[in-house]
Structure formats: C-alpha cells, structure tokens
Design a protein around this ligand. Structure first.
Ligand code: HEM
Length: 105
C-alpha cells in the first residue's frame, strides 16, 4: 500500500493542475498520514494521527476542479496497480463524501 501512495503522490506532484497546492507540503508526513488514513479506513489495525479533513484543508481555496484532478491522479495509480474495478469504486465511494469538507465554499 506504501507503493500505491508513493505512485499517487508522484502523480499529484507531476500534475500542473494541482501541484502548486503542495509546494510547501511536508510530503513524507503527508504520505505517512495517507497510509494511516487508508489503513484505518479499511479496518486497521492502525490509527490515523492526522487532522480531520476539514481542518487539514482549511483556507487552501481548493475547488471542485482540483478535487476532481486529484481523484483522476488516484485512478491513474489504481489502474496501474490493476486494482479491480469493484475495489476502485468502493474507494471512490469513501472519498466522494469527503469533498464537502475539502472543497472551499
Ligand atoms: C479525498 C481527497 C483527499 C484526501 C483523502 C486527502 C487527505 C489528506 C491528508 C490525510 C492530509 C494530511 C493531514 C495532516 O497532516 O494532518 C492532507 C493534507 C493536505 N492535502 Fe489533502 N486530501 C484530499 C484532497 C486534497 C486536494 C483535492 C488537495 C489540493 C488540490 C489537497 C491538498 C492537501 C495539502 C496541500 C495538504 C497539506 C500537506 C502539508 O502541509 O504537509 N488534498 N490531505
């Protein structure tokens, strides 16, 4: 799963639509927290030690286009790792509802 997160973060870093948001990000910490978040969200056993999604993304001015771009970068990774469509859809069903906390209103 670490390899999946590494590939996903590399896609984001190469994506001119959104990589500006990550210019001053602590990438190793972000990767650690993504791994924790996915692990905790899929039954553990592990603890997510990061902030909630609303707090973590507050004041960044993230719009729906940026959220969509990030999801496309993730789908690219999931296809590369040949994650079955069923699991891809399950993951997207978990991420979709987070949009309301991440996108600025
Ligand atoms: C469902 C979609 C997303 C998930 C699951 C997610 C998850 C996370 C997590 C777990 C963190 C770390 C929080 C912490 O350290 O306490 C984080 C931070 C961050 N996220 Fe997201 N995020 C999502 C969407 C986005 C989008 C669309 C953008 C911008 C285009 C974005 C930009 C950032 C940035 C810049 C940080 C701060 C990193 C740092 O300062 O170290 N995120 N996100």
């Amino acid at each position: 799963m670490v390899a999946v997160v590494d590939d996903f973060v590399a896609n984001v870093a190469a994506d001119k639509r959104i990589n500006g948001f990550f210019a001053r990000a602590d990438i190793p910490r972000l990767k650690r927290r993504l791994v924790q978040q996915i692990c905790a969200g899929t039954g553990g056993p592990c603890l997510y030690q990061g902030q909630d999604m609303k707090t973590a993304h507050a004041g960044m001015g993230i719009r729906k286009v940026h959220f969509t771009a990030l999801v496309q970068d993730l789908q690219k990774t999931l296809r590369k790792f040949k994650v079955p469509m069923r699991e891809q859809k399950e993951l997207l069903a978990i991420l979709g509802p987070m949009q309301k906390d991440i996108v600025a209103h």
